[in-house]
Design a protein around this ligand. Structure first.
Ligand SMILES: Nc1ncnc2c1ncn2[C@@H]1O[C@H](COP(=O)(O)OP(=O)(O)OP(=O)(O)O)[C@@H](O)[C@H]1O
Length: 267
């Protein structure tokens, strides 16, 4: 079943200038259209500045597009009642690149993961404690971590806390915007495996926004490539990239062995 429909999205920011008359910037997104099925992972790749994060924020309901619509479970995100907004806020979650900035540094990990439960569920304190233990276990964190502050955790542990918080309300879709980019290669691998397992166990859908073509290929059922705010190619998991913009990204991947990294990669 279709979970998300993104239709003809255009995004144009107003020019910010003290010197000149305020006008319009060139569109950051143009005619962006795609859909996502329940339980599916769609990868979004593209060069820096191609509009990936802007699109992610529009899908999350954080930024209103200039044109077009986003339907989540058939409900238009930008023209909805407060009752529907609350449902959407439960079912649609996000994990961003820099997890530390999304925490209140004074809160304990327990309080961070508890927050969505307090806001959306009618759980007793014991039920919340149980649920938080379960969520930390789900992301392979020891429950002793619950009394620590974010600054006492490693980057990988912080990102697991972020994932636990995103999972707290059993969402249908998580937008992962460069969610593994700040981690070292080994941690990236662990988190990717974890995300895959959670996706299967919880029938989650993901939008996986990344610069990393290999991680995106591993995670996604389908991949769309963005260039200058437009979707220029859509491929299946095992299909080869064809569009010049996709091939440029693909050719920028460093070979795994330094001997194979010839000068052409640094031109
Ligand atoms: N709030 C804003 N106001 C004005 N322009 C913006 C705003 N947010 C993003 N942009 C512009 O939109 C374009 C796309 O930015 P965006 O961050 O979506 O790209 P991206 O593909 O996610 O890049 P990166 O991979 O580097 O994060 C950029 O030119 C950026 O300067």
């Amino acid at each position: 079943m279709t979970l998300l429909e993104v239709k003809n999205i255009e995004m144009q920011y107003a020019q910010r200038s003290f010197m000149f008359k305020r006008g319009q910037e060139d569109p950051v997104l143009q005619e962006v259209t795609f859909s996502l099925q329940e339980g599916e992972c769609l990868g979004i790749v593209g060069q820096s500045g191609s509009g990936k994060s802007t699109l992610g924020r529009i899908i999350l309901g954080i930024e209103r597009p200039t044109k077009g619509e986003v339907l989540f479970q058939g409900i238009n995100l930008y023209e909805t009642t407060s009752k529907h907004k609350k449902i959407i806020r439960r079912d649609l979650q996000a994990v961003f690149q820099n997890s530390y900035h999304s925490f209140n540094p004074k809160q304990t990990i327990f309080e961070i993961v508890e927050e969505p439960l307090l806001n959306f569920e009618q759980f007793s304190k014991t039920e919340r404690q149980h649920k938080i233990r379960e969520l930390l276990d789900c992301v392979e964190l020891e429950s002793t971590i619950a009394q620590k502050n974010p600054s006492q955790l490693s980057g990988g542990q912080q990102q697991r806390v972020n994932i636990a918080r995103a999972l707290a309300l059993n969402p249908k879709l998580i937008v992962l915007d460069e969610a593994i980019s700040s981690l070292d290669m080994i941690l990236q691998k662990h988190i990717i495996h974890l995300l895959k397992t959670l996706q299967k166990d919880m029938q989650l859908a993901y939008i996986f926004i990344s610069h990393d073509l290999q991680a995106t290929r591993y995670m996604s059922d389908r991949i769309v490539v963005m260039e200058h705010g437009q979707l220029v190619e859509e491929i299946g998991k095992d299909e080869a990239y064809k569009h010049p913009a996709s091939l440029e990204l693909y050719n920028a991947i460093l070979p795994s062995h330094p001997r194979e990294r010839t000068k052409k990669f640094f031109r």
